[in-house]
Ligand binder design. Structure first.
Ligand code: PMV
Length: 363
């Protein structure tokens, strides 16, 4: 599909008011998206596990403006986060509405009240933009479905992912499915730069209910935002090699998903995490998002894996927190190791138990 296919039709149903609510999860990338072109087009394809417990619940109340109120060419909304009115979150949502207006031309005809809450601790340093933007995009699509009832389910979810991408790139991978690919890849049918698709090929049972324990190493505000980081991939001396490597790693994961070979899985996933941070460290200007405790944890995971042979590995997103990944069948031993050895390196000993989930849900 092309961008233009997502422009809504011109003759909506009459709809005065209503309310829709969606729950949407976060996701953790195995092959990372880092670097983008205009309009949030990724510089390379990525794949993620959808998470389950880390999620956002968002409701969108809409009231059609009366003709007398239709003056003013602006988006009219209030935003509440966990019950509190949040003015400082509004610019991000305003920008989101501006980006999607071309595809959702009805937005300025409504007044909105948006209520949002996260299942994970606020300011835990966990990326909330993926779950937050995907939940809001789904709410917008539920409004669109009421305005244009004939849209198909397939179109609904593709457009929700397409809109979420315009809010925050990785958010497009939070809509549907246990594993989601975003970005064109020759070996993955249906993959697109415009939206995420559920990984269409075979996945070995060892990846069923795969565990992700998120160690909260640093809950502070990131020194360098993802958007600044993505932009530093323009003119980055290693960019072309990195983008090629992501294509290759995704192809490798395709075979690993069939074989269930966890040694190979670990090699790809850890290499991706370290490469992401290597790109940050070799940007101009350079920066480091890992903290000493991030490295302590990585070293302990390596020692534990070496001495026990258990298939535990780590990945990182754009921050200091560590995602510890392992199969469900090894949960008891690995969780014990995490609690005994790793939690001490977390800020306020905080961590989140999560696992692969199924995607968003209408409430
Ligand atoms: O979606 P953004 O712009 O916040 O970028 C997220 C990038 C990483 O989390 C570092 C990697 C990824 O693919 O999720």
């Amino acid at each position: 599909m092309k961008d233009q296919d997502f422009i809504c039709a011109s003759k909506p149903e009459q709809l005065i008011q209503g309310k829709v609510t969606w729950q949407s999860p976060s996701n953790i990338a195995l092959v990372k998206y880092w670097g983008k072109e205009e309009n949030q087009i990724p510089a390379n394809p990525s794949i993620s596990f959808t998470l389950d417990n880390c999620r956002t619940i968002t409701s969108l109340e809409f009231t059609r403006k009366k003709d007398s109120e239709k003056k003013g060419d602006f988006f009219d909304f209030e935003f509440y986060f966990e019950g509190q009115k949040k003015e400082d979150f509004k610019p991000k949502i305003y920008t989101f509405f501006e980006r999607i207006e071309e595809y959702c031309t009805y937005l300025k005809q409504y007044q909105f009240i948006i209520n949002s809450e996260n299942s994970f601790p606020h300011s835990s340093g966990i990326a909330s933009s993926a779950s937050g933007m995907s939940a809001l995009a789904l709410c917008v699509m539920s409004l669109e479905k009421q305005l244009f009832p004939s849209i198909s389910e397939d179109y609904f979810y593709k457009k929700a992912s397409f809109l979420a991408r315009l809010g925050s790139g990785s958010a497009c991978r939070s809509i549907q499915g246990k594993q989601v690919v975003w970005g064109e890849h020759v070996d993955i049918d249906g993959s697109s730069n415009l939206y995420g698709v559920e990984y269409p090929n075979e996945v070995h049972e060892v990846f069923e209910n795969y565990q992700d324990t998120i160690l909260l190493v640093d809950k502070g505000e990131k020194k360098v935002s993802s958007s600044v980081g993505h932009n530093l991939m323009h003119d980055h001396p290693f960019a072309e090699a990195r983008f090629k490597q992501a294509h290759k790693n995704l192809a490798s994961l395709k075979s690993i998903f069939v074989s269930g070979n966890l040694n190979d899985f670990i090699e790809v996933v850890e290499s991706e995490a370290l490469t992401l941070h290597a790109m940050m460290m070799s940007s101009n200007p350079y920066f480091i998002l890992m903290k000493p405790n991030t490295l302590e944890i990585i070293n302990k995971i390596w020692e534990f894996r070496e001495s026990t042979g258990l298939p535990v590995c780590f990945t990182l997103d754009a921050g200091a927190n560590v995602h510890v990944l392992y199969p469900n069948k090894n949960k008891t031993e690995i969780l014990e190791f995490i609690k005994n050895e790793l939690v001490a390196h977390c800020q306020s000993q905080q961590y989140i138990l999560d696992n692969v989930g199924f995607g968003s849900k209408k409430l």
